[in-house]
Design a protein around this ligand. Structure first.
Ligand SMILES: Nc1ncnc2c1ncn2[C@@H]1O[C@H](COP(=O)(O)OP(=O)(O)OP(=O)(O)O)[C@@H](O)[C@H]1O
Ligand SMILES: Cc1ncc(COP(=O)(O)O)c(N)n1
Length: 266
């Protein structure tokens, strides 16, 4: 069985973060492990508190995992503070971790800022270059590229700018700009060293989209662990997220979670 690690924040209401990641891992039939960077007090209506891991403890958790069970892929989600980003980068370099999927979580669906400006800078400089693929949504891609995104062409331009900003000597990550924040469609665009692709999907009419980004990046990590290429991994993850949105749940008073137990036919 493949082993996949998530390094992310906890969502006590179970829709996003570590909890969404572990449910996605289970639905993909891989063995899931978790390193928790922050505890959040949140639910489907908002994020009401954040308590970050104290200095050194994210690194201790990563040591505990890698010294015993080497993951086949690593997903990285919410990382609020620069010292946590530094610890993760140092540890992943130390263990020569591979197959890293980084979701640059910046703002929650409910509007709460989940990363400091300083942490964002360290994320770009030290962690993104270690990744295989990064998965910004439209506002995150605007922040990373410095351009405003209004249409498909802007998504393509932003992906290329981000790719060129992070890839020194073509050794950095592919860039997947997610289109979940578009109005009429849910098309995602992938820019890699060997080519570009659009992943087109109908927009599912479902207000319960809490944790879609966490779920998509975790599904990509599972597929990469299983040996699929980045392009195939994104295609399968896209099918999974669309299915999980369609399979719909209606839990909580706000933007609720997906149905993670939707399982793709192998
Ligand atoms: N209503 C929808 N119908 C179909 N697919 C969707 C919908 N909303 C989001 N998606 C898909 O879900 C994935 C996550 O995209 P999105 O842009 O929502 O990420 P995100 O903003 O990081 O997610 P999160 O809500 O966790 O912050 C993408 O593949 C996107 O196309
Ligand atoms: C711990 C954690 N990680 C990530 C998100 C982003 O997910 P969303 O944008 O759906 O709120 C979140 N709300 N909480």
């Amino acid at each position: 069985m493949k082993k996949v690690l998530t390094i992310a924040g906890s969502d006590c209401s179970g829709g996003a973060g570590i909890q969404a990641d572990l449910k996605t891992f289970a639905a993909h039939g891989v063995y899931g492990m978790s390193v928790i960077t922050s505890l959040t007090a949140q639910n489907t209506t908002g994020v009401y508190g954040i308590m970050n891991c104290k200095k050194g403890f994210t690194a201790s958790q990563i040591d505990a995992v890698f010294e015993d069970i080497r993951p086949d892929a690593v997903k990285i989600g919410m990382v609020s503070e620069p010292y946590i980003v530094e610890e993760i980068a140092e540890e992943l370099r130390k263990y020569k971790a591979v197959n890293i999927v980084l979701d640059p979580v910046m703002v929650s669906t409910s509007g709460k800022k989940l990363i400091t400006k300083e942490a964002e800078e360290v994320l770009i400089k030290k962690l993104m270059p270690l990744a295989t693929v990064i998965t910004p949504n439209i506002p995150e891609a605007e922040s990373l590229s410095g351009i405003t995104i209004n249409d498909r062409y802007d998504m393509e331009k932003a992906a290329e700018i981000i790719y060129k900003k992070i890839n020194i000597n073509d050794e950095g990550p592919a860039v997947l700009v997610k289109g979940g924040h578009s109005i009429n469609c849910a098309n995602d665009y992938l820019y890699t060293e060997i080519g570009t692709s659009w992943f087109e999907a109908e927009r599912v009419d479902n207000p319960n989209t809490h944790g879609t980004g966490c779920t998509l990046s975790s599904a990509i990590a599972c597929n990469i662990a299983e040996g699929y290429s980045v392009k195939e991994s994104v295609a399968r993850a896209k099918e999974y997220i669309t299915g999980a949105l369609k399979a719909g749940l209606n839990i909580g008073k706000g933007s609720g979670p997906l149905n993670h137990m939707y399982v793709l036919d192998k």
